[in-house]
Design a protein around this ligand. Structure first.
Ligand code: MIC
Ligand code: SF4
Length: 640
């Protein structure tokens, strides 16, 4: 029995545990990435660990999220990250150089290696055969310090691609199809490995679109083999020496196989407000569109924007539509500027943004009231665009561009235009916006603005946990619900006390006040709690407000790890029906929590209703030790 790609990497990187699906393992991490909105916290945590220099093969800090500088905060945070990165031996990609995942793919990705990043779309680099995973900032800081990364051994699902995409059907439609079939919970505990004859029909940027949005399945990550097409990409990036062939064994085994027939796919869209709310564009019909955004780490490659330029060339954007373009990197922007494609886009009437996340994370371009916005992004969670009544539809660049011309959602196969784009023989290579770190840490002084506030640290666990039910939420609550992000809040990612005032703001504006008045307590949640962004702030803000435990029907992987790292106990209802019997401000109490965690089952008393129920604490020994210590930083201090 041969190995699949995932097991090949797991076997070469495992430092602890046993490779058996569901069992905890620790992996050696070769490379890390951070971006600015999670990075400030990650580097504060790195400093708190007291190490001299990072111990990875390469670590890179990107500035791409908090780009609107409406006040001093973002600029100060950029300076902090630049100086702290230099001091600790981390490469620094300047603001304007582009989105972390696009640049990492272009300039830093290496097949067969492991990568963790403080951003949930780190799996983008799986497009060249890396095992690339999103993680909380603290986990990334620990990996930079040479620590291993803990995951549960995933199941490996093969996605067998058959045939070839039809004209105007895109890689985006493949991942939307996977989401339609498997849903936002379908990937929990799994890695998706792409294979089959259809793989060679896809370029590296197309593969990266798919692995990027695999994050929306709740998957640990997604991965493609590294083949001749990958070599073509590395050669054109002037990085042939970083390439290696990486294929599964011919007799590789998989836990499951899902087959997708590329020939049968048609353009798809994910309707508001979930990436798995997928339908055929032709079936949704010609709804009137107010805004179109083409960009984000999912679809802002050279290839994507060249296709868009070919569609727009000689046409005009519909008078009622605002078309916004955000190139993924400076390499992309400069290349389309030099070859004239940007001129075609501008001439059609598009608005051009700098190379950054932009509207994807609500940094500008919020739609108008009830505005319908087609976006090539990966997430359309409620409120994420910055407009609560905004209706975001996720589409491919092809669907976006054709619809921008027509003013209505349009199946792009209706337009007859040749959009073939050849992979350039040479990409334009200029790494001058990637700064090398200082040779030693002694010569760098870290610059800290007044926006940087100390972050909360949990206390060691006592014998008892009690408190009120501070909020009760439904299934599929995202970290965007827990700790919203938009242009007003993103500048405060290094200021937890301020940010905490907005915790759960799109769900229940009274939560922060209630949490403080009750002196902390419990969060009660449905299934897949904490899906989406890796932001650790969705654990840090509740911690600051006194949350001690979350009892949910189930958790998303990264958020569960973030809760544990910050000393908040995640527990699952043993019997889901017990969820229905809990109400806001019920008084809960868990006695003998220390031994209950060991046993894995906790009895929760409801003091108001005079009832009790059981919750499962599905935690490894190490995780229990972390919670006992009052979070990972305390644990590391005690154990090093
Ligand atoms: C996102 O797409 O939600 C983000 C913003 O990139 C986040 C990171 C963050 O919240 O800063 C992510 O995907 O992890
Ligand atoms: Fe940036 Fe959006 Fe990608 Fe997150 S999903 S990294 S906000 S472009």
């Amino acid at each position: 029995m041969g190995d699949n790609l995932v097991y090949k990497i797991l076997k070469s990187h495992i430092v602890e545990g046993e490779l058996k699906a569901g069992e905890p393992i620790a992996l050696k991490i070769d490379k890390t990435l951070t971006q600015d909105s999670t990075g400030t916290m990650a580097y504060l945590q790195l400093e708190a660990m007291g190490i001299d220099r990072v111990k990875t093969k390469k670590s890179v800090a990107f500035i791409d999220h908090n780009m609107l500088q409406q006040g001093f905060e973002n600029a100060d945070d950029h300076k902090f990250i630049q100086t702290v990165a230099s001091k600790y031996g981390v490469y620094f990609s300047k603001p304007g150089n582009g989105i972390c995942h696009q640049i990492f793919l272009e300039r830093f990705s290496t097949p067969g290696d492991t990568l963790i990043g403080s951003d949930s779309h780190t799996p983008t680099a799986g497009g060249v055969g890396m095992l690339a995973m999103g993680a909380g900032g603290l986990d990334v800081a620990l990996a930079m310090g040479g620590g291993a990364y803990n995951i549960n051994t995933p199941k490996v699902v093969k996605i067998e691609l058959k045939g070839k995409l039809n004209k105007m059907v895109a890689a985006k439609d493949i991942i939307l199809e996977v989401l339609r079939v498997l849903t936002v919970k379908g990937g929990v505990g799994k890695v998706f490995e792409y294979g089959g004859e259809g793989v060679k029909t896809l370029s590296v940027p197309e593969r990266a679109t798919i692995t990027n949005m695999g994050a929306e399945l709740g998957a640990t990550t997604s991965i493609f083999p590294s083949d001749e097409r990958t070599l073509e990409f590395f050669k054109a990036q002037g990085r042939e020496e970083d390439w290696m062939e990486f294929k599964p064994d011919a007799d590789a085994v998989y836990d499951e196989v899902v087959t997708i027939n590329l020939n049968e796919l048609t353009p798809l869209t994910a309707k508001p407000h979930s990436p798995d709310n997928v339908a055929k564009v032709s079936e949704v019909g010609k709804i009137k569109v107010d805004q179109v955004f083409i960009g984000s780490c999912t679809n802002s490659s050279y290839e994507d924007l060249m296709k868009v330029a070919k569609i727009l060339k000689g046409n005009k954007v519909h008078p009622d539509v605002s078309l916004v373009i955000g190139p993924g990197s400076r390499q992309v922007m400069e290349m389309i500027a030099r070859n004239g494609a940007l001129a075609d886009i501008i001439s059609a009437g598009a608005r051009i943004l700098e190379n950054s996340c932009g509207p994807c994370i609500g940094m500008g371009q919020a739609p108008g009231t009830n505005g319908i916005s087609l976006r090539t992004v990966n997430r359309n969670f409620y409120g994420r665009s910055g407009t609560l009544s905004g209706q975001i539809y996720i589409v491919s660049p092809e669907t976006a561009a054709v619809s921008a011309i027509n003013g209505v959602l349009t199946d792009p196969t209706e337009m007859d235009v040749d959009i073939t784009v050849e992979m350039p023989k040479e990409f334009l290579i200029d790494d001058s916006m990637i700064l090398e770190p200082a040779p030693t840490n002694a010569e760098v002084e870290v610059v800290r603005g007044p926006n940087i506030k100390p972050f909360p640290v949990s206390k060691p666990l006592g014998e008892e946990v009690d408190g009120k039910v501070l909020i009760k939420v439904e299934d599929n609550i995202t970290t965007d619900h827990i700790m919203p992000s938009n242009s007003k809040l993103l500048p405060f990612r290094s200021n937890i006390p301020y940010l905490a005032e907005f915790c759960f703001n799109t769900v229940d504006t009274e939560f922060p006040k209630r949490a403080k008045e009750c002196n902390g307590g419990f969060i009660i949640a449905g299934g897949n709690y904490g899906q989406g962004s890796s932001r650790e702030h969705a654990a840090l803000a509740p911690l600051y407000l006194g949350v001690k435990a979350v009892i949910a029907k189930s958790f998303a992987r990264i958020h569960k790890a973030n809760l544990i790292n910050n000393g908040i106990i995640p527990m699952e209802f043993k019997n889901e029906a017990d969820y229905d019997n809990i109400e806001l401000v019920d008084d809960l109490k868990i006695e003998n929590i220390q031994s209950a965690l060991e046993a894995g089952v906790v009895t929760v008393k409801n003091l108001i209703k005079n009832t009790e129920f059981e919750a499962v604490a599905d935690l490894t020994e190490k995780e229990i030790a972390v919670i006992r210590a009052g979070g990972r930083l305390n644990y590391v201090k005690v154990n090093s």
